[in-house]
Design a binder for this molecule. Sequence first.
Ligand SMILES: [Fe+2]
Length: 264
Amino acid sequence: MKNKFRFLFLGDIFGKPGRRSLLSNLKDIQKEMNVDFTVANGENLAHGNGINEKGFYEVLEAGVDVVTSGNHLFGVKQVLKIIDETDQLLIPANYPKGVPGQRLGIYEVAKGLKTMIINLHGRVLINTEFDCPFRTLEDLLAKYSDFEGPIWVDFHAEATSEKRAMGLYFDGKISGIFGTHTHIQTSDERIMPNGTAYITDLGMCGPYDSVIGITLKSVIKNFLYSTPSRFEVASSQPSIQGIAVDYSVKDAKAVHIERVFRQY
Ligand SMILES: [Fe+2]
């Protein structure tokens, strides 16, 4: 078995432009960058809100291995069917007890290497009716303390402070933690002092020339007049954003992180 494995983590897939950019380009990126495993946040993949069946399977066909989610998970009712039929969709592990869905996934990357993916949800400046993400992760790590492969966390959260605190608190305890939800890629990717790979936000797979995926025309009334309007998914400049992380089996930790930012 080889020693280094490359993981690709992609920011929120936004509507058809996001799905199309992945269908057209992800396999080329994976080949060019020698990617072994790909995770993407998909909570906005259906028209910018929720996860529909057609869109979900399009994203898998494009080359995504696991789809994580967040506050818009239940935006489309069809998601309940997807939850029933696949183990490739994760819901935030700190959803209150009783919410349907898989809260953690263990997947084979290659013969002899399994990886664990966990999705969590923030509670600052966003929906607050979630259990504590910090304690949820602590409990999961204690429960799976025998797990030997890389453990990665998608922390779907609004506040940079909450994401930074989460990253530093779990530095050295997991392989990597990556923020999603703001759709704006940050430039603070690094391997933290105790060896955990980190970035505050992965960015977005979707129309870059937009207001986090939406046309300016359809959203500006909200800002100018505080009146609601119907959001339209923008169609310009599809982009693919995220990070690639190399995991060393010998060192049992992330050894390299780099940003991915492509525009088409
Ligand atoms: Fe979100």
